[in-house]
Design a protein around this ligand. Structure first.
Ligand code: AHR
Length: 509
């Protein structure tokens, strides 16, 4: 057996012990904790789009589908297990056509509007219903305002309606509509994708619009939302971080993952070959460089680090499989779980500068947690990835070094074989998350925590025989996490990570 010599790793000067050749070795320095991984990094996005809200989450109080004040009990129950920390609503592109007054007051008096080309916006879900949902979930609210077809007055009124104390006329209207107590809005976004569906404007023009809108967003001191500017590429980040200093908590960017090389050839959610397995994972890993590019601009214009980079839309976007079902409905496979986990690891790396992300989207749209068909519901592999990573919410990131990593190659593409992330969670335990990107070969990972003897590891692993393993309404349990545990031998902990797997374990120190 070849023994690798002790060596020093730059990150935190971790001294790695001797491990067998052929093993990937991971060294964690629990003595030098990094920034906290904000729980909002595990946020979700729910848009009025397809069956993302109506049917998927909201069925109305009179439905035969069991519900609480209109919200599906099965869906809300499943989401609760994810400890969803934050929900962005009502869009997306929908936000820039949404008029909040259509969604308050008696439900039978609310107008039916056009959404996405057909009259399917019944406005049954409005401000009060949204806050009812997030109360049930125990989540915080990220409300996105309308710049595209709204006005300064309308946005100002909405913020006052949600946040003002009793004395204001809009607070009194809120009370008449059934909620005397102000709502708590954690984040408020001024427009969405202003470079596109939000109005096709240029960054300088939006910077002026933002300042104008933001000036009139008045909320009581003790109930002020953090205001988010809608960004785009690094040019947008440059302009907004220069122009909006002191007026914004964060600049949002969107980054979707496709399987193919172009939007026209995005690839399918299921039935793909290995070339689209590796291309999807390679494409998703690009978010690391994209974040670094934005942070380099922010660091120049905002050296005090007052402005966060918020990734409020991310996830996979495949070709529409079943246009009859709903807009942007797609199946979700083991590949999506790996995409989610790889993104989590990258977000953790940037924990100090990326305080919030919201995956697109919660139910029935794009990379969803949950799929529904009338009264039926299935949990997706992405759901399970979010569930496995719950301990990372508000955990303290830990420096981690990977030595002798494997690589996974197909044709001209090569990506790292193992991706890993570690943190000390609020329960005091060190958690290690591992992804093996190789769809055919398991990998041995030797784990060392500097200064402690790790006795074992216990947790969950998500894998399957097929790259596109997924749950269906007929077979809802086809893929779900399995229990995993490993014991240290002679003071060394070795973990066998199966091919194409996501694993999260708590280490026993
Ligand atoms: O998430 C779907 C859509 O993608 C959103 O409405 C929009 O912001 C983005 O282009």
């Amino acid at each position: 057996m070849n023994i690798i010599k002790h060596s020093l790793v730059v990150l935190g000067m971790i001294v790695a012990p001797a491990f067998a050749a052929g093993q990937v070795s991971i060294s964690i320095d629990a003595g030098k904790p990094g920034p906290v991984i904000n729980k909002y990094v595990y946020g979700q996005f729910a848009e009025h789009l397809g069956t993302g809200i109506y049917g998927g989450m909201w069925v109305g109080p009179k439905s035969n589908i069991p519900n609480t004040r209109g919200w599906r009990n099965d869906v809300v129950g499943a989401l609760k297990a994810l400890h969803v920390p934050l929900v962005r609503w009502p869009g997306g592109c929908f936000a820039d056509t949404y008029h909040w007054r259509d969604g308050v007051g008696p439900q039978d008096k609310r107008p039916h509007n056009v959404n996405g080309g057909s009259v399917d916006e019944i406005n049954a879900v409005g401000t009060h219903e949204f806050f009812d949902l997030i109360d049930m979930l125990g989540a915080d609210a990220y409300v996105n305002g309308n710049v595209g077809t709204g006005s300064v007055q309308e946005m100002s009124d909405w913020v006052e309606y949600m946040t003002a104390d009793g004395g204001s006329p809009l607070a009194r209207l809120r009370a008449r509509n059934g909620h005397a107590k102000p709502f708590k809005v954690a984040y408020f976004g001024i427009g969405n994708e202003m470079w596109g569906c939000g109005g096709n404007v240029k960054p300088d023009y939006y910077a002026n619009l933002y300042s104008n809108y933001e000036t009139f967003l008045r909320a009581p001191k003790h109930n002020k939302p953090k205001i988010i500017a809608s960004g785009g590429d690094t040019t947008w980040t440059g302009v907004l971080s220069k122009e909006l200093k002191g007026r914004t908590t964060g600049i949002s960017i969107h980054q979707y993952t496709i399987a193919g090389a172009t939007w026209e050839t995005k690839g399918a959610a299921l039935g793909f070959k290995e070339d689209e397995w590796i291309s999807t994972l390679a494409n998703t890993l690009k978010i690391d460089q994209i974040i670094k590019d934005h942070l380099a601009v922010l660091d120049k214009n905002d050296p005090e680090k007052k402005i966060g980079l918020m990734i409020d839309e991310w996830g996979t976007w495949y070709a529409d499989a079943d246009a009859s079902n709903s807009a942007l409905y797609q199946q979700n496979s083991l590949r999506d779980a790996l995409v989610a986990a790889l993104n989590f690891h990258i977000f953790h790396e940037h924990a100090g500068r990326v305080p919030m992300t919201t995956i697109a989207q919660m139910v029935n749209v794009l990379q969803a947690m949950i799929l529904t068909d009338k009264e039926k519901m299935v949990l997706t592999p992405t759901y399970y990835a979010f569930q496995m990573y719950v301990p990372f919410q508000d955990a303290r990131s830990l420096p981690l070094a990977i030595r002798d990593n494997t690589s996974y190659t197909l044709g001209a593409s090569t990506i790292p074989g193992v991706s890993a992330s570690a943190a000390r969670a609020r329960d005091g335990k060190v958690y290690l998350a591992l992804v093996n990107t190789d769809p055919s070969r398991a990998v041995d990972v030797a784990v060392n925590v500097a200064g402690t003897r790790v006795k074992g590891a216990t947790g969950k692993v998500l894998t399957s025989a097929a790259m596109d393993a997924h749950n269906t309404f007929q077979n809802p349990q086809a893929i779900k996490p399995a229990a995993f545990s490993a014991r240290a031998a002679s003071g060394n902990l070795s973990i066998k990570v199966p091919a194409k797997a996501v694993m999260v374990v708590a280490l026993e120190e």
